[in-house]
Design a protein around this ligand. Structure first.
Ligand code: FE2
Length: 306
């Protein structure tokens, strides 16, 4: 199979594909795509996002339809600014506590508020991180080096978690997710902090099966330098792109890389704080690399089927 993509000729041959596709090739494709995205005007990005944006007043059926058709839907003003204001000091304090840990040589540390660790030094998988009795702050290594994942932020002494949880318990979310299961239980409230993350994992899927993730922007993310969540509309559908990507990445240790994407459907989610994003993670997505001096904070609630 011969493909041409942003000037790169790709030849897929079952016999020699093990030799011909490497992570370097994947990175090359992703970097070329980043250059393409950076050239998009704000107006163009806004026009790509427009069809995805709804409000809590929008008919739930319409929101579900967009999620089904596009793989992503955006609900603006989901949490009012006045509420977000209440948690901004907590975010500042949490960042300071984590910076102080990062500056030490310790690979992990326990204090009254958090269990801190660098690159999964103590807890190595999601289940361990999500089920620990305390809030765990993990500073990632690997492809997303430096990103900070905070698990069960409601278990620490800051009020941020308890302020946000009621929003994730609202009926509209359960109505939107009703196809997933009639009984969903919000389980882990996690916080993802990105500060000066200039290198991020390229386009990928979390799984090739439908998997909904709901996250909330806690800080404005209004330009590419802020590192917006970036999604490829309609890539969750079992399209030719999905098939080609599975073929491309089948020889890699990580078979969920999806560097081959529809350029015109790439949509960086530039949005104000308080915006809710509902995304099917079986579609291609990535965090856009930040410029130095920029930060982003996002809350994610995980819902478990009962
Ligand atoms: Fe992902």
């Amino acid at each position: 199979m011969r493909l041409s993509f942003i000037g790169l000729e790709i030849i897929l041959n079952k016999k020699n594909s093990k030799k011909s596709i490497s992570f370097n090739d994947i990175n090359y494709m992703n970097n070329e795509t980043l250059l393409y995205i950076k050239k998009l005007s704000k107006k163009e990005i806004d026009s790509r996002t427009e069809e995805l944006i709804k409000t809590c007043e929008t008919d739930v059926g319409k929101i579900k339809q967009i999620l089904n058709d596009k793989g992503i839907v955006i609900i603006k003003d989901f949490v009012p600014e006045v509420t977000i204001d209440k948690i901004s000091q907590d975010l500042k304090n949490i960042r300071e506590e984590i910076s102080s840990f990062i500056s030490t040589n310790n690979t992990f540390k326990d204090n009254a508020n958090f269990f801190f660790q660098k690159d999964n030094a103590k807890f190595t998988n999601y289940s361990e991180l999500a089920n620990y009795k305390k809030t765990v702050a993990n500073i990632r290594g690997g492809q997303d080096k430096g990103m900070i994942d905070i698990f069960n932020v409601d278990k620490c002494n800051y009020s941020l978690g308890n302020i946000l949880i009621p929003f994730f318990n609202q009926k509209i979310i359960f109505d939107i997710l009703s196809e997933e299961s009639s009984n969903l239980n919000p389980t882990n409230l996690n916080l993802y902090l990105n500060n000066d993350i200039t290198k991020t994992r390229g386009f990928h899927v979390d799984t090739y099966n439908k998997k909904i993730k709901i996250f909330l922007y806690l800080e404005d993310c209004l330009n590419l330098d802020d590192g917006p969540y970036t999604y490829v509309k309609e890539s969750h559908i079992n399209s030719r792109f999905a098939k080609i990507n599975q073929c491309i990445s089948s020889n890699l240790s990580n078979y969920t890389e999806t560097p081959f994407v529809s350029l015109e459907n790439i949509t960086p989610v530039l949005a104000k704080r308080g915006t809710l994003v509902i995304s099917d993670q079986s579609g291609s997505h990535r965090g856009f690399p930040q410029a130095l001096g920029h930060k982003r904070a996002v809350a994610v609630m995980n819902y478990i089927k009962l």
